[in-house]
Design a protein around this ligand. Structure first.
Ligand SMILES: Nc1nc2c(ncn2[C@@H]2O[C@H](COP(=O)(O)OP(=O)(O)OP(=O)(O)O)[C@@H](O)[C@H]2O)c(=O)[nH]1
Ligand SMILES: [Mg+2]
Length: 399
């Protein structure tokens, strides 16, 4: 072979070899590009936006995924809790402590002995322990005995006792005042911490929904922070508030509120007053002044003056009612904190001794925890769950 031919063959062979190598490298390169590296693949999945995953998932899983996504994005922010307004508390729940105490003793009295003297002694004790008051308790027991004579059947005695208590409670009933087209003015009075402001706020919320607009007079200008406390409650209850600075004349605040209510045709004015002891003569005089000034602006006002009593006060409630009643004519009682006492029987004592209607009872610390007082309902609740009968009869009262 000619040396030139040999050289040419070598060049061609080398060219073909390197071409093959080049093609091999090219194939390998394109294969690698088509198959993503493991690292790259993980990053892509992690970076998938959650909603895309959620869209393909079933509804429940989607919700869960969304929750997890939200939780991980805002770990320290709790989900907003939307609270539905609570139903008003049932009187049976509020009376639980009183009922347990009272019914246990009544049951023991009725079943412990067949002797009439012992039965009625036990009844008196049960009533006194529930804070009905000694005098009223003896009177009630005597009335039941006079009615039943020698009948010692527990059911008959129990039913007669119930009827007697109901008669006392309904006997003090009186229709609330009617202010006609003028605003209805209600003044709340009572000793320190009885529950005046809380009760007033509950009333504001209730009367607003029942009667329309409410103006609250911040006439407790005596206690530090009383105005601020009332302001918070008025915001919650959706009531307007008329105030002046601490230390100003409470009668002037009440006057302003009534004047504004007349001008704006507001339906109800509620006057909050400072807590006072019966012995604080100046403060008792101040109450008279508020009533006088308000009455001058709107004849007949205050149409209602309600004494707020702490149900835990027991028999002291009667002396409070007497002293406050001497200062301003009381037209009703509101018994606050009935839920926190085993001595709810004081309601019976108040109705029996004072002949003042119990208008409302407070059954807790929230706006909804106010219940219009109904003597019959109260008695049903008091005796409920003694046996199956009353629970069935009164249904909703049962705790
Ligand atoms: N459990 C319970 N607590 C109540 C009720 N009513 C009021 N309270 C509580 O009793 C305390 C006193 O209530 P206030 O309404 O401030 O009493 P007040 O009579 O206005 O007090 P002063 O203005 O200081 O005389 C508060 O802690 C209330 O939450 C109720 O019906 N049940
Ligand atoms: Mg107050």
């Amino acid at each position: 072979m000619h040396p030139f031919d040999i050289a040419l063959s070598l060049v061609i062979a080398a060219g073909a070899g390197s071409g093959l190598v080049f093609i091999g490298v090219l194939i390998q390169w394109s294969l690698r590009k088509a198959r993503p590296s493991p690292k790259h693949s993980v990053e892509t999945v992690e970076a998938q936006p959650q909603p895309e995953i959620a869209q393909e998932a079933p509804e429940a899983a989607r919700d869960e995924a969304a929750q997890i996504a939200t939780a991980s994005r805002f770990p320290e922010e709790p989900a907003p809790v939307v609270q539905a307004p609570r139903a008003p508390v049932r009187i049976g729940l509020g009376l639980r402590k009183t009922r347990e105490n009272f019914l246990g003793r009544i049951r023991a009295a009725l079943t412990g002995s067949a002797k009439l003297d012992e039965i009625y002694e036990g009844l008196e004790e049960a009533l006194i322990a529930a804070d009905v008051g000694v005098e009223a308790s003896m009177k009630i027991a005597a009335a039941v005995r006079a009615k039943l004579g020698n009948d010692n059947r527990p059911d008959a005695i129990r039913d007669a006792l119930k009827a007697e208590i109901a008669a006392i409670l309904t006997g003090a009933d009186r229709a609330p005042a009617d202010s006609g087209d003028a605003p209805l003015v209600i003044m709340m009075v009572g000793v320190n911490g009885a529950g005046k402001t809380t009760t007033l706020a509950k009333l504001a919320a209730r009367l607003k929904s029942e009667r329309g607009s409410v103006i609250v007079a911040a006439a407790d200008t005596f206690r530090a922070a009383a105005i601020e406390q009332l302001e918070v409650w008025c915001d919650r209850a959706g009531a307007e508030m008329i105030k002046q600075s601490q230390g100003s004349d409470p009668a002037a605040v009440a006057f302003d509120a009534v004047k504004a209510a007349i001008a704006c045709k507001t339906r109800t004015v509620l006057i909050d007053t400072a807590g006072r002891l019966q012995t604080q003569v100046n403060l008792m005089e101040e109450l008279k002044k508020i009533a006088r000034v308000v009455g001058r602006e709107l004849p007949g006002a205050p149409h209602e003056t309600w004494l707020v009593l702490d149900a835990n006060t027991g028999q002291n409630a009667l002396s409070q009612a007497k002293i406050f009643g001497d200062a301003v004519p009381l037209t009703g009682v509101v018994l606050a904190k009935l839920d926190s006492t085993a001595k709810g029987g004081v309601v019976v004592g108040i109705a029996e001794r004072l002949k003042i209607p119990v208008r409302f009872v407070g059954l807790g610390e929230e706006l909804e925890d106010l219940r219009e007082f109904d003597g019959r309902e109260f008695v049903e609740a008091l005796f409920a769950s003694d046996d199956g009968r009353d629970q069935n009869a009164s249904g909703s009262y049962a705790a």
